[in-house]
Write a protein that binds this ligand. Structure first.
Ligand code: FAD
Ligand code: FES
Length: 256
């Protein structure tokens, strides 16, 4: 694909817009791309979620935080550079059976928020009411606030209280339940702590889903680098592969 725009959204957080025919295959929110780092030293690709898909312009957006060498190299790429992309990969959020007028809690933490943006857009196009609950470490790393607000109700919490509610997303969830009642649909992506909280709160909810993260190598189910154990498994041998069986899973099923 061709990198057509790179924006610095916040300290160490970048938005990359990619153009190419591959966008035609990007139909499900929550899927990810496996990007080759343009460096001979770094052999493993880096998985990054799709934050936005636009079929009319054949573009997609990825939002990533610079963590190590690979993402640092991505952040220095320039408009017009080519990037070797594998994907779209993973199962994505299954939104085939949602009904208009249902209420969805869209829960995103930090760099877990990007895939929730495309998900919200697609749910809204199906008539679902979205309540977006986003948590960030601090005020200056918040991104996409205006874009989420344009889609629907958006509540923000920061760990240090510098913006929005002081605390973590769990508090926003409790507040949203009081205000809007129990949600028909729940979707979450974020840190392990956030996923654990959502998993516990909605463990027997029939339509609650979490997007898992794991270190990946092949990203197509062949190397077993990304396995996560299944709950209540006496043998200790049952696992799922995040890249291939996920990254989206129902709540209450995995050891997080
Ligand atoms: P390094 O720490 O130098 O990486 C060393 C190795 O560890 C690489 O192989 C790298 O791929 C792997 N690795 C390091 N951290 C992670 C991690 N958290 N998850 C998986 N592999 C990791 N990050 C974003 O900023 N935005 C996203 O939208 C996003 N979506 C993701 C979707 C999925 C399904 C997964 C599994 C991860 C996602 N990540 C996302 C995390 C992102 O892949 C890592 O931050 C990135 O690979 C770090 O690479 P690095 O070379 O900069 O860091
Ligand atoms: Fe190879 Fe998942 S990364 S099986």
């Amino acid at each position: 694909m061709t990198l057509i725009e790179q924006k610095n959204l916040a300290p160490q957080i970048f938005e990359m817009t990619l153009y190419g025919k591959l966008v035609k295959e990007m139909e499900v929110p929550g899927q990810f791309l496996h990007l080759r780092v343009p460096s001979a030293e770094l052999l493993l690709r880096r998985p990054i979620s799709l934050a936005e898909i636009d079929q009319t312009t054949e573009t997609c957006k990825l939002i990533y935080r610079v963590e190590g060498k690979g993402t640092d190299i991505f952040s220095k790429m320039k408009d017009g550079d080519q990037i070797d992309v594998m994907g779209p990969l993973g199962n994505g959020f299954d939104i085939g059976n949602v009904k208009a007028e249902e209420t969805a809690f869209i829960i995103g933490g930090g760099i877990g928020a990007p895939p929730m943006y495309e998900l919200s857009k697609e749910l809204i196009s199906k008539g679902v009411k979205v309540i977006q609950l986003l948590g960030f470490a601090t005020k200056n790393v918040i991104f996409y606030e205006e874009k989420f607000k344009k889609l629907g109700v958006t509540r923000i919490a920061t760990d240090d209280g510098t913006y929005g509610m002081h605390g973590h997303v769990g508090h926003l969830i409790d507040q949203a339940i009081e205000e809007f009642g129990q949600p028909d649909l729940v979707y979450a992506c974020g840190s392990n702590g956030l996923l654990k909280a959502v998993d516990r709160k909605f463990d027997d909810h029939p339509k609650a889903y979490i997007s898992m993260e794991a270190r990946m190598a092949c990203a197509v189910g062949a190397c077993y680098a990304c396995v996560v154990h299944v709950k209540d498994d006496e043998t200790g041998m049952s696992y799922v592969k995040v890249c291939d069986d996920g990254p989206i899973f129902e709540t209450g099923k995995l050891v997080i």
